[in-house]
Design a protein around this ligand. Structure first.
Ligand code: C2O
Length: 554
């Protein structure tokens, strides 16, 4: 049986003001994710269980207004509903489902950063790094499209697949209001995530191992695409401009997103960490797990009734896996959602009662918004901000050579590990090994990350945003074998083919917190371990359990 695409309207998660003191629970809920699917048992964030949704509510934060969020684990189940792997390091509660929340892209004290060992259960069990479940977010960084999701050691992939993710949008009116961007009902966040469903509606997640590992599935690819918690939804749009915030919340699937209509393009205005310097026009945008794209799409000139599909072309695994397509039971991963151009968007775009009970969501079309396309006074700005040039981020005080590799551990299954170079030798390291990246507060660092593995990895660094400097191919026959000569003075190696860097896409030139690192390449990023506001972090970044960096393939 397959699921018919584009039969359910796109919902919009409710917005919650992230100001003052609020409480958000983590609940067990059920939610119907397609007209023809039974209700799916999920984990969900919400102000109450009745209000909890997948994805979670969009937290709307305002620059300069800190928020204190009490994250409450209300999951009563004794055991996780998805296969837990005892052969990898994980949180080990005696009973209950451990959770901890990370604000991805947030400039946050490590006490409130969702350290993987800072998990807690409903019953009060706690990980070694736990100090509190009351987190303060200062909201003093540049306005950007952030997101929040679970971050528990050994459970992140399972908790996120059960639904624990949502948008966190930080606005700064004195920056944002310089531009006449589409607002209210015409600014729509899109959380894209692949799922697999069993016929009873429950979330299917592999636990039988991948061949190289007895339980753990290093890369999960679902065969159903959901947007805002609905499988292949449609959205009725007016012939006018919209602002979409795209988030790839898939555990492993890269998305190469475009439109079925060649005359519809993206004008990308922002990346993970805020505005680009100027809009970038693109037919397609590649978004790896964890990355975000802030785009304007103009439907003007489209005749009423025109249907435009948001498509995906990314291979899975990326870049050398299978092309997306009709890959079995539930339809295709080459299509994400559909836009239908209308003269008027009826209020009946509210979810249909009975057939599809989405009353917890807001209708994507804002009933209060003017419904007349002629009132489209939104503009694509010509210029957003001056980004410091890469040399302007210097002086670089530390350079690090870091590695990504897959190797057998103790004759056992393959492990995928970060590592360091000792001289020229790759030293893969584990979670319990010593901390090797110890930047000084205020330092600017260059990280050269050598990808020895066969896949592209979206590498994410907590606390700070960074810029992409270069991606050079290396000689993987010789690299890491001790035959290469590194020149740390100019960051070159005799094994790096310095002549031909991979181009940096025009939409990667902004602030990033997650960046694609391709196999066979050394990716260099420049990181500045200082606050974005320039006024200091407002907390001591050397206090607390520290921060992680990692690949965002969960
Ligand atoms: Cu989005 Cu450490 O994660």
């Amino acid at each position: 049986k397959s699921l018919c695409p584009f039969v359910d309207p796109l919902p919009r998660p409710a917005t919650v003001a992230a100001q003052g003191s609020i409480k958000i629970g983590i609940y067990e809920i059920t939610q119907q994710m397609h007209r023809d699917l039974p209700e799916t048992p999920l984990f969900a964030y919400g102000l109450s269980q009745a209000a909890a949704t997948v994805p979670g509510p969009t937290l709307e934060a305002k620059w300069g207004s800190p928020v204190q969020i009490t994250w409450e684990n209300q999951i009563g189940a004794a055991k996780h509903p998805l296969p837990v792997d005892d052969t990898i390091m994980r949180a080990k509660p005696v009973s209950g489902v451990p959770t901890v929340v990370h604000l991805h892209g947030g400039e946050v004290s490590s006490l409130y950063d969702g350290h993987p060992d800072a998990w807690f259960t409903k019953g009060g069990e706690k990980g070694a790094a736990y100090t509190t479940n009351v987190y303060t977010y200062g909201n003093r960084q540049d306005p950007a499209t952030l997101w929040y999701h679970d971050h528990t050691l050994g459970f992140t992939r399972l908790n996120v697949q059960m639904g624990l993710a949502g948008f966190y949008i930080l606005r700064n009116p004195s920056v944002d209001n310089q531009f006449k961007l589409p607002r209210r009902g015409f600014e729509i966040p899109l959380v894209i995530k692949d799922f697999s469903f069993r016929s009873d509606g429950s979330v299917d997640y592999p636990g039988g191992g991948s061949g190289s590992h007895p339980v753990w599935e290093p890369e999960f690819f679902g065969d159903a695409i959901t947007v805002n918690g609905i499988a292949w939804p449609y959205l009725e749009v007016l012939p006018r401009k919209y602002r979409f915030r795209l988030l790839n919340a898939c555990n492993a699937r890269f998305l190469d997103v475009g439109f079925s209509a060649p005359d519809v393009t993206f004008k990308q205005i922002g990346t993970d960490g805020g505005y680009l310097s100027a809009p970038v026009v693109r037919a397609r945008i590649l978004i790896a797990p964890g990355e975000r794209a802030d785009v304007i799409v103009d439907f003007r000139g489209q005749a009423p009734g025109t249907e435009i599909v948001l498509t995906n072309r990314a291979a899975a695994p990326f870049p050398d896996g299978d092309a997306p397509g009709d890959n079995g039971q539930f339809g295709g991963t080459a299509e994400l959602m559909k836009f239908i151009v209308r003269k008027k968007v009826a209020k009946s775009e509210r979810p249909r009662k009975g057939l599809f009970a989405l009353t917890k969501f807001e209708p994507a079309a804002d009933a209060a918004a003017p419904e007349d396309a002629a009132s489209d006074d939104a503009q694509v700005p010509g210029f957003m901000q001056t980004l410091p040039n890469l040399r302007g981020l210097a002086p670089v005080v530390v350079e690090r050579w870091l590695t990504l590799s897959e190797s057998e551990v103790n004759g056992g299954p393959d492990a995928v590990r970060l590592g360091i170079l000792d001289g020229e030798k790759n030293v893969p390291m584990g979670w319990m090994d010593r901390v090797t990246e110890t930047p000084r507060n205020g330092a600017t660092e260059l990280w050269h990350v050598i990808n020895f593995s066969g896949d592209a990895h979206p590498i994410h660094v907590h606390l700070v945003k960074f810029r992409l400097v270069s991606r050079y191919a290396f000689d993987d026959e010789r690299y890491g074998t001790g035959q290469c000569k590194f020149n740390t003075a100019d960051a070159t190696s005799s094994c790096v083919q310095t002549g031909t860097p991979l181009p940096i896409d025009d939409n990667e030139a902004g602030w990033k917190d997650t960046v694609r690192m391709y196999p066979g390449h050394v990716t260099t990023i420049v990181l500045r371990f200082t606050s974005q506001s320039g006024a200091g972090f407002g907390f001591d970044p050397t206090k607390g359990p520290g921060y992680v960096w990692h690949c965002h393939i969960l």
